[in-house]
Every structure is written in C-alpha cells, then in structure tokens.
Design a protein around this ligand. Structure first.
Ligand code: ATP
Length: 330
C-alpha cells in the first residue's frame, strides 16, 4: 500500500514561487494499479520525483506499507528507495552490458554475492518472458524486449511498489498491450502496488483499477475506474468514454446519456420514444467495457419543440445518467 498525504512542492524561480504540487493525497491499496493522468505542467514529473524522494517535498509525507519515507535519512533513505522499483519511458539500458548484466547492476550496487546475482538476474529475466536472452546486448533487442529488461531490473531489489513513468509511450500499440499485460501479471503474482503516470487513456482503460486526474498540482478527480467513468460530464468520464463529434439534425434538444451494466440502449430508447410519442435520433454512441463493466454512452436528439425535461427525468428513473449536451460538444 502506498499512502501520500498532503504532498506539497514549491519551487523557487528567482523571486517567484512555483507551486508544482498543492496538497496531493493518494492511497493505493496493495495488489492494485493506480493511474495518474494530467495535462502537461500538471505536476506529474514533480510527483514522481517527490515519491522517489529524488526531490524533497516542501511538506507532506509518503509511506509504503506504513513505513514513512519522507522522514528517512541517508542510509535509511537508500534502503527505503529500494522498496520502489522504477520503470521509465525508455529503459535506458547500458549498451555495453548484456541483458543479464543490466538486470544484475542494482544487485551489484548493494554487494549481493556473485553467484546469487547471476541466479537472481536469470530468474528475473525468465519472469519477464526473456529466458534465453541473457547474453543479448540492448542493440540486439526490440523496444518491447528492452522495456522487459527494464522491468526485470526494477524488480531486482524486490520492491513493494512499482512506479511507472510513461512506461509505454515509446512503444507501438501491440507491444504496449504486451507490456501492460506483463505489468498486470506481475502486480498479481508479486502482490505489488503499482502507480502508472501516463498521458495515454488507453493505458488507464487497459490495466488501472483506479485513477486520479492531476491539474495545477492538485488531484481534481479520483476514484475506482468504474465510478469515475460513470460520472457523466466529468473530465475523466469524457476521456474514458469519448463520443465522436456529430452534427445536430435540427433545433431539437440534445441529451447525453450514460448507462452501465445490464441496461441496453435499444429498449430504453424505444420505451422513451413510445412513452412521449416522439422520435429519438442517435447522433453518436459508443459501448465499452471498463474494469469489467460495460458502459454505453449516447448522444441523442429530440424533435424540434419537444421538452427535454420529462424525457431526461424518465431516463433518470431508469437508473441512467443524463444531461443536456453542451452546444459546442455536439
Ligand atoms: N525545477 C523546477 N523549478 C521551477 N519550476 C519547476 C521545476 N520543475 C517543475 N516546475 C514547474 O512545476 C509545474 C509542474 O511541472 P511538471 O514537470 O511536474 O509537470 P508535468 O505534468 O510532468 O508536465 P509534462 O507532462 O509536460 O512533463 C510546472 O509549472 C513547471 O514549470
């Protein structure tokens, strides 16, 4: 479990203060994967640096399985840091070393006995699906294979937490999915707590159990994937379940509806149309499964002059989220 409490980071730029993190609190349970998304400048890199204590937070605390990191000093801090494995966008392997030697590097630093290093590094390469590649040099490996070596290296210190900073941003879609599947498998197998910082919503959809949206150094939305997706109109819901742009067919009101689970759109639309004696036009729609729950997101238009209020109320009674679509979103 990783617990971040009221983390603040203020940089001094000349005589100006830049508040990069403004009271970030976060709790990620053991065995789960949490995504952190946000636009450029939101504070993602600062958060990574403060979590690993490469940069000292101005105030606030970070703890892993109850052990406080932010108050650790020197030797303690080095030991504490080993509880966090890091994966970056590029694996940054040492070109002159083989895959096995790259994985062995963190073990050499802490003076692990030689025989144990070889055995452990080979075991880690097997764990990430690279058995047989022990003697390959980085130049002989694909991008995905290099990232696997990077993951094996991150696991060498037997960490509790895996911090992944844009782990798939440099990979093609197929390799991205393979690496994400590996991260998911390792999370379960090794009971890791995983934090993924990413700008790719695909990553969040594919592997995250919960997600936070960082903006201006603050977490402005957070929660289990299913809950944030169900919050119609929120920024995370819009990015998780996007609708294509559409042209309105006249001057009638446009509603956006979001349903999940067992409910299917067709009977609901038909019954609303029958009940109010109107036609409902579907302008755009998408159906997606997130965290095991199926979501349907539709933009529908009522005929000219039809009052949207009772129709919206009817959808609400059916347990469907509904709102009047913003004009510029149509
Ligand atoms: N060393 C620093 N000194 C002064 N200001 C900084 C420093 N590092 C970051 N900042 C500022 O803190 C804010 C957050 O920056 P940060 O790099 O954490 O954002 P980010 O979400 O990682 O952005 P990107 O996705 O573009 O990397 C920005 O306003 C940035 O200018």
């Amino acid at each position: 479990m990783i617990t971040v409490t009221d983390l603040r980071k203020v940089y001094q730029q000349g005589n100006r203060e830049v508040v990069a993190l403004d009271g970030v609190s976060l709790e990620v349970p053991k065995g789960s994967i949490h995504g952190i998304v946000g636009h450029s400048g939101a504070g993602k890199s600062t958060l990574v640096r403060c979590l690993t204590l490469l940069d000292a937070p101005t105030s606030g605390s970070v703890s892993i399985n109850g052990a406080e990191l932010s108050t650790s000093r020197d030797q303690d801090l080095r030991t504490a840091r080993r509880r966090i494995g890091m994966i970056f966008q590029h694996a940054n392997l040492m070109d002159s070393r083989t895959a096995l030697q790259n994985v062995a590097h963190p073990l050499e630093i802490v003076r692990t006995p030689k025989n144990d290093i070889r055995r452990r590094a080979a075991e880690l390469l097997r764990l990430v699906g690279l058995a047989g590649f022990e003697d390959a040099y980085p130049s002989q490996l694909s991008g995905g294979q290099k990232q696997r070596v990077g993951i094996a290296r991150a696991l060498a210190s037997d960490p509790d937490v895996l911090l992944c900073d844009e782990p798939t941003s440099a990979l093609d879609p197929k390799t991205t999915d393979e690496i994400l599947a590996l991260i998911q498998e390792l999370t379960q197998r090794l009971d890791l707590t995983v934090l993924i910082i990413t700008h790719e919503m695909h990553v969040v959809k594919r592997v995250c159990d919960s997600v936070s949206l960082l903006a201006g150094g603050r977490i402005i939305e957070h929660g289990p994937l299913r809950d944030v997706a169900a919050n119609l109109g929120s920024e995370l819901s819009r990015t998780l379940l996007p609708l294509p742009a559409s042209e309105p067919l006249g001057a009638g009101a446009v509603l956006e509806i979001l349903y999940s689970g067992e409910r299917a759109s067709a009977p609901m639309l038909t019954s609303a149309a029958r009940r109010f004696g109107i036609d409902l036009n579907v302008l755009a729609g998408s159906v997606e499964t997130l965290a095991g729950t199926q979501f349907g997101h539709l933009r529908i238009q009522l005929p000219d002059g039809a009052d949207p209020a009772p129709v919206a109320a009817y959808f609400g009674e059916q347990g469907v989220s509904v709102r009047l679509a913003e004009k510029d979103a149509v």
